[in-house]
Design a binder for this molecule. Structure first.
Ligand code: ASP
Ligand code: MG
Length: 401
């Protein structure tokens, strides 16, 4: 007998009709002879609405109370879904994150899962229940409610699949899978049958907002076979796993990430230790630095330009301003009129023509590249923000992915 974990996102459970649709998917899976554990998100825009309510009261809501508030969204959908399944004539029970055994650290609003005690869920499965678990929440060691951060229900589902040794973890959403580019932007984008964890991680962090990044990291770590599929269109989705079949398709996708800010430091001393001081400062502020470019400046100086997430821009500049005098930085400039466009695909490093083809496509589209970075499985360029969509289309066409 196999065990399947199914996770349903907020749009899939947004109202009664959708809840019954989901209940039917679950009961069909159960009827096919599987044990089923379900993880649900809050209905529709519930989480956004709860956040808005908190901000009506204070613009500095405390982390602990925020978690107590946000966790209720998933409790609504879990209990309603259990009712719907029972209404169809099946046994079901809803469990909150803590009833289901989720223990986390104490970082409110972005807690990490420490462990999952699976006894309760296993008992319920033994009683032939379909088990519905609230996503994105747990308890810390003080018995306070914590949540895992926006989009965290994916991670709850993968954690359950890992501890229960599920045969598969299906993530149901409102798209039919992972595409080679945003299908709203690129008409010729196609759905991928499969993709590796590493490729998925790159696409997710590059702005393809289908799966919570942490869920993919965890799936990779515990070798959980993931499938992303639609709860409305009953067609096969995209499987995320360790290795894919021999690929005829080298490039898995083209992604655009608008959430970047560029910081330029002018007039740094051209001597050892300079870059270390700049980037250890960023690290001490827990600011992730992405693309870095160093170039020769005027009169024995050098310039360093790098990118950070937009939310970190102000803090980065502030910290740099403090060390600017001692480091001899003459100018700090920051802007976010840029976007990062990337191609992702395993095997890129052994195919030297890939970068050339990408740059050729950009050149032909008359798009200037400001910065470039490459890794084993991706090539990213930084370009002007207003050219982002044009670049994605041009690159996608060039690779005929
Ligand atoms: N309801 C939470 C959110 O909207 C968690 C989730 O959906 O995964 O972010
Ligand atoms: Mg979500």
């Amino acid at each position: 007998m196999s065990l399947i974990v199914q996770k349903f996102g907020g749009s899939s459970v947004r109202d009664t009709e959708h809840l019954f649709n989901v209940a039917r998917i679950i009961t069909e899976t159960y009827d096919a002879g599987n044990d089923v554990v379900v993880v649900v998100s809050a209905q529709g825009d519930t989480t956004d609405d709860l956040i808005a309510k908190a901000y009506e009261i204070t613009n500095r809501p405390e982390g602990r109370e925020m978690d107590a508030l946000l966790a209720t969204g998933e409790q609504i959908s879990a209990s309603l879904l259990a009712m719907a399944i029972k209404k169809l004539g099946y046994r079901a029970i809803s469990l909150t994150g803590w009833q289901a055994g989720f223990l986390t650290d104490s970082n409110h609003n972005k807690a990490r899962i420490r462990r999952v005690n699976k006894e309760r869920i296993e008992n319920e499965l033994d009683k032939k229940n379909i088990v519905i678990v609230t996503g994105f929440q747990g308890l810390n060691r003080y018995d306070d409610i914590t949540t895992l951060g926006r989009g965290g229900s994916d991670t709850s589902a993968v954690a359950l699949a890992a501890v229960l040794k599920a045969n598969r973890c299906q993530i149901f959403t409102d798209v039919t899978g992972i595409y080679t580019a945003d299908p709203r932007l690129v008409k010729t984008a196609v759905k991928l049958d499969e993709i590796t964890y590493d490729e998925m991680l790159e696409l997710a962090s590059l702005g393809a907002q289908v799966l919570h990044n942490r869920s993919v990291e965890m799936a990779k770590k515990y070798n959980v076979k993931l499938e992303v599929l639609s709860s409305l269109e009953r067609v096969p989705g995209t499987v995320v796993k360790e290795v894919c079949k021999m690929e005829k398709m080298l490039i898995k996708g083209v992604a655009k990430d608008d959430n970047v800010a560029r910081i330029s430091l002018v007039g740094l001393p051209d001597k050892p230790g300079t870059a270390f001081r700049v980037f250890s400062l960023m690290a001490s502020h827990k600011i992730n630095v992405d693309i870095i470019l160093q170039s020769v400046g005027r009169e024995g100086t050098k310039d360093i330009t790098f990118t950070v997430a937009q939310k970190d821009r102000a803090e980065a500049v502030e910290a740099l301003e403090e060390i600017a005098p001692s480091l001899g930085i003459t100018k700090i400039a920051a802007d976010d009129d840029i976007t990062k466009v990337s191609i992702v695909g395993a095997g890129m490093e052994s195919n030297p023509g890939v970068a050339a083809r990408m740059f050729e496509a950009l050149g032909e589209a008359n798009i200037n590249i400001h910065m470039i970075s490459t890794s084993e499985i991706k090539i990213s360029v930084l370009i002007d923000k207003e050219l982002g969509e044009k670049a994605v289309i041009a690159i996608h066409n060039a690779f005929e992915v």
